[in-house]
Design a protein around this ligand. Sequence first.
Ligand code: DSN
Length: 487
Amino acid sequence: MTSSQPSGLGAEYADTASEAYRAALQVIESVEPRVAEATRKELEDQRSSLKLIASENYASPAVLLTMGTWFSDKYAEGTVGHRFYAACQNVDTVEALAAEHARELFGAPYAYAQPHSGIDANLVAYWAILATRVEAPALAELGAKHVNDLSEADWETLRNRMGNQRLMGMSLDTGGHLTHGFRPNISGKMFHQRQYGTDPTTGFIDYSAVAAAVREFKPLVLVAGYSAYPRRINFAKMREIADEVGATLMVDMAHFAGLVAGKVFTGDEDPVPFAHVTTTTTHKSLRGPRGGLVLATEEYAPAVDKGCPMVLGGPLSHVMAAKAVALAEARQPAFREYAQAVADNAQSLANGFLKRDAALVTGGTDNHLVLLDVTSFGLTGRQAESALLDAGIVTNRNAIPADPNGAWYTSGIRLGTPALTTRGFGADDFDRVAELVVEVLQNTQPAAGPNGPSKAKYTLADGTAERVHAAATELLDANPLYPGLTL
Ligand code: DSN
C-alpha cells in the first residue's frame, strides 16, 4: 500500500483505475458486448441506489482489479507448500500473504484463506472439528493412521460416530444463520441439531438460558454468531458455556468481522481469543472480495488446512490474492475509523427509526445492523422490501423472532451501514435514510391478489417512489461511489 491512507474507494488512484477499467471493458466488449454492457450497468445501478443490505459493501478498485488476472487459470488443490499440482509457487505466495495478513489482523495463531464463501468456511470448520474431536481419537484408539487402514466394520463404527454428533447454534428467526444447524440446511442434517433463541421479551441473547440448553443437550459444537441479530455477543461467556460441557466453540463472525478487524469489538466482544475456530466471509463489513476465511487454534489448524480437497474445490487463487490486498487495507489505521463509523452510523439509523416510532427488534442496535419490524406498518417484509426497492432503497426482508409470516414473506427488514459508510455517509445522512424508509413504508398499503389477501402485493401512494428517489439521489450524489472513476 502507499503511505497515504486509502479512502476505501480508491480515490487516490482513480485515474489509473479508470484507465484499467476502460481497457478491460473494451477487451470484453470485443468478445461479448452484452457482458460489457451489464458490467457498466451494474456500476450505474450500484451508484444510483441506497444500498442498505447489511451483508454487502463496496471493495476498493485495488481489490476488484486483483481478481481479474491469470491466477484464475491455475489449479492449486492442497495447501501452501503441499499441492496436488505442479507450478504453484505464485499461488503459494498470495495464499501465504492472505493468511499472514489475516493472522496479524485478527491475532489468530492460524488462518486459512481458501474458502470460496462463508458457507464453505463453515463446512470446512465443521469437518475440521469432526476430524479433530471424533476421527483422530477413534483412529488412535484403533491403532490406525488413516481411514484406509480400517476394517469395514471399524470404518462403519467410525462413520456412525462421525454422523451422530450434536451441534447447537442460534435459530434462524432470532438472527442465526442457515448453516448454524437450521434443520433444512446441511448443517442441520449432518449433525443432531438443537437451537437456542433469544429472550422473547427483550430479543437479547439470554446467556443463562443458552447455558441451560447447552447443559441439557451437550453439543460437540456450540456455534455463536449471526446474520440478523442487532447486538454484540459476549464471547467470553459463550466460551465458558462451551467449556462446561467440553464443546468446541465455533464463532461465525461473517457479519461483524470488519468491526473485529477495526477494533470496535474488543475484549469479550472479540471472538478470536475465545473461539476454537472462527469463520468469516471477506466481503461484508471486512470490505474485501467475495469469499471466506477460517481462523483456528493450533489444535484445529492441521484439520482446517486439509479443507481442500476435503470439502472445497480448487482454490480461487485470484480471489485469495484479492483477500491479501483487502486484508492489507484492513490493517491500515483508516480502517479503524471506518469500522467505528459503521457502528456510529448504525446508532444514528436506529435512533432515526425510533424517533419516528418505528419498531426495532431489541429496541436498537450496537453493531452494524438494525432489524425493523414492519408489522407496525401493516406490511410483510416482502411488501416492504419491494416498495423500498421501487424508491431506489435496496434492503432485504428478514424473519423476526417468532415470525408470524415465516421465513419467505417475513415481518422484518434488515438494514446495515457498512456499504453506505464506505461511500462516506455520516450520522446525519443515516438519520435522513431512516426518514426516507419510514416515508416509503407509511405510504405503502397491502393489496389483494386475484385470490384474495396477499403477503406479496402492495400499492405505493402516487409520487412516493419519485419523491424518495430524488431525495436519495441527493444523498448519493454527495457521497459518490468510486469518485473519479470514469468508464
Ligand atoms: N447471505 C448472507 C447475509 O445476507 O447475511 C449470509 O449468508
